[in-house]
Write a protein that binds this ligand. Structure first.
Ligand code: NCD
Length: 324
């Protein structure tokens, strides 16, 4: 069997299960397309008809509000249909059951599967078995990958900072268990951000060989000093099994982003967070609501990025000439 690739033989993206191995120019093209879907406050959201006749199935087996809603809105605003299913896809219902579910939905003319699952490998497994015209998009795979979040984070940096090269970006918190940290790192590294730092207590640092271009900091104050972008992450309590971490109060005391600490960063710093935020734990409420925070812009950008990804995959399918 040939090894799995998310690209078609001509190098066009067919699936999006990870940002690893996606060339910088394809990332830039998606961001450019997404920018075309951004609107000023007060304007109507962007709409198009490029997904007319296309059905997108959201299959989430882990909780999600913003990612799921934004994929649904993205499909609808492009004129496509969206289907939300609560299905157990992973090994809890493995083997034929997964494929039976997929084949059933294919028989109802689903074109894109958007999958979130706590277990590694489910997205790729599905992608390896779907028909030629079908695409699979990851909406979060275990602690490993959350490609559209990485793209929306890059879009947000671009929107507020105008570029990547001269920036210092600090990713702070539970890096070890975070798919957001991995995908954002991959996007930012591909886009050649000046300096990427990962800032975490030792217990929440990833293995030494992971995120190789990032500088590692074990003290929050050092890690955010002179940063242009501070990206805060929630502790992934659901993935912690056995890791000793301090309680919420103690974590906030050492690792919480407060107004006082934020003064160590550059004056025009932006503060990002993928959500859901825990006020008073990794981030103080007044920072989350303060002038540096761009957390709501990230949510808005999430719809634009998902529109851009869906449109790209469907356009690539047209270019491949495959029909349903
Ligand atoms: C993230 C996720 O689910 O990975 N949230 C999201 O997609 N908006 C981050 C998190 O849950 O902490």
């Amino acid at each position: 069997m040939t090894p799995f690739s998310q690209h078609d033989p001509a190098g066009r993206l067919r699936h999006l299960t990870t940002l690893e191995g996606v060339p910088a120019e394809q990332i830039r093209a998606i961001l450019e397309r997404a920018q075309g879907f951004l609107r000023s406050p007060g304007e109507m959201p962007a709409r198009a008809r490029t997904l007319e006749g296309i059905t997108v199935a959201n299959m989430f087996t882990e909780p999600s509000t913003r990612t799921r809603a934004s994929f649904e809105l993205a499909a609808r605003r492009l004129g496509g249909e969206a289907l939300n299913l609560d299905i157990n896809l992973s090994s809890r219902a493995k083997g034929e059951t997964v494929l039976d579910t997929i084949y059933t939905l294919q028989a109802m003319a689903v074109d894109v599967f958007v999958i979130r699952d706590a277990e590694p490998g489910v997205c790729q497994y599905v992608a390896e078995h779907v028909q030629d015209h079908v695409s699979v998009v990851s909406a979060g795979e275990a602690h490993l990958s959350h490609p559209t979040q990485g793209l929306l984070d890059a879009l947000t940096v671009l929107q507020f900072k105008g570029g990547f090269r001269d920036l210092v970006v600090a990713i702070v918190g539970d890096i070890r268990h975070s798919r957001v940290a991995r995908s954002s790192y991959q996007a930012l590294a591909a886009l050649e951000v000046g300096e990427i730092r990962i800032v975490a207590p030792q217990a929440l640092m990833p293995e030494a060989e992971e995120l190789p271009l990032a500088r590692r900091h074990n003290v929050l104050e050092d890690g955010i000093a002179h940063a242009d972008v501070v990206m805060m992450l929630r502790i992934q309590k659901e993935r912690l099994a056995g890791t000793a971490i301090p309680d919420d109060h103690e974590y906030h005391r050492q690792w919480g982003l407060t107004r006082q600490r934020l003064k160590l960063a550059r004056p025009e710093v932006i503060v990002m967070h993928p959500g859901p935020i825990n006020r008073g734990v990794e981030i103080a409420s007044d920072v989350a609501d303060g002038p540096s925070a761009v957390i709501r812009a990230q949510v808005t950008n999430g719809v634009a990025v998902r529109m851009a990804v869906l449109e790209t995959l469907i356009e690539n399918r047209l270019q491949r000439g495959v029909v349903r």
